[in-house]
Design a protein around this ligand. Structure first.
Ligand code: A2P
Length: 302
């Protein structure tokens, strides 16, 4: 799995087609998608054009997508990947993830009331996982994994079949995920870091940490290496052997982020950045754990 990929969350459908096309021309070999991002058709157009232009072959490219929360019931899993494959214009994914350990009634994009949710008793993740394993057997995806989960859930899934190959979680210097990373290293799981720049494009909330891109430790390392803050954050993720998927639809920033592959941090830099951990989530899951939800924020990432 290529260590650096293009993220596509909050990538406007009007822009992401060119962004994907540009990234593949610039050398990216990996794109991270999801059905709920509402832009897979446009990403697919960018991929098709890059293949057509000879910038990349399908075999060189690694494409990830994710199963939305409304399709956890086993009978909805295969139709969901088929829709994603159709939108992306692909015959097979490289990786398919369960997006969240949270279930909705079929057809619900974002819940409006308690009735829109299913509990994990009503839609057990283990049953969803068995249906994911069937997708792999059917050749619709090469690998399967999960997102927004921790060691407890990974272990529970392994008990009904195989261990997820990948776990994708928010990860950056303020949320270093050490316990999960240790678990992953022990069990041969790859950790993919989302929001590696601290997700500056998301909706801000009261009491947010200041943007990571402006953190003095990061900017001073960037100055020293003649790199940018974004490149330092991306290089830090790769230096820890995690996979990293910064999102951008801006051609200059897409190239800048790719340039992180040439940025080498020293042990001293790594030690400095290690001190920034504060278990802080920019994306705290509150949107799935408000008063109408049967889920509790503190139990999402276990
Ligand atoms: P844009 O798409 O306009 O470039 P994350 O991956 O942590 O969620 O961060 C994505 C956000 O960071 C997007 O808003 C993106 O905006 C912005 N971004 C991506 N690359 C850079 C960069 N190199 N410098 C500054 N901001 C960036």
């Amino acid at each position: 799995m290529p260590a650096l990929g293009l993220g596509t969350w909050l990538a406007d459908p009007g822009k992401v087609h060119q962004a994907a096309r540009h990234a593949l021309e610039a050398g990216y070999l990996h794109i991270d998608c999801a059905a709920i991002y509402g832009n897979e058709e446009e990403v697919g157009q960018g991929i098709a054009e890059a293949i057509e232009a000879g910038d990349i072959t399908r075999d060189e490219l690694f494409v990830t997508s994710k199963l939305w929360n409304d399709s956890h019931k086993p009978e909805h899993v295969r139709p969901a990947i088929e829709k994603t494959l159709d939108d992306l214009g692909l015959e097979q994914l490289d990786l398919y993830l369960i997006h969240w350990p949270i279930a909705f009634r079929h057809g619900v994009e974002f819940p409006q009331s308690r009735e829109d949710y299913l509990t994990l008793e009503e839609a057990p993740l283990e049953e969803t996982w068995k249906a994911m394993m069937e997708l792999k057997e059917a050749g619709l995806t090469k690998h399967i994994g999960v997102s927004n989960m921790g060691p407890e859930r990974l272990q529970a899934l392994a008990e009904v079949g195989e261990m997820p190959a990948v776990v994708q979680v928010e990860c950056h210097p303020h949320l270093q995920q050490r316990e999960l990373l240790d678990f992953c290293n022990e069990h041969d799981i790859l950790l993919t870091a989302y929001s590696p720049l601290g997700s500056p494009g998301r909706q801000h909330k009261a009491g947010d940490e200041p943007p990571l891109l402006d953190h003095p430790t990061i900017t001073s390392i960037a100055d020293e290496l003649d790199a940018t803050s974004a490149q330092v954050l991306i290089a830090w993720a790769m230096a820890r052997d995690t996979v990293v998927i910064p999102k951008s639809t801006n051609p200059g920033r897409i190239e800048e982020n790719f340039g992180a592959l040439d940025v080498e941090l020293t042990d001293e830099h790594m030690a400095e950045i290690a001190k920034l951990d504060k278990g802080y989530r920019y994306l705290d899951g509150e949107f799935f754990a408000d008063e109408k939800s049967p889920y509790e924020a503190s139990k999402i990432w276990v």
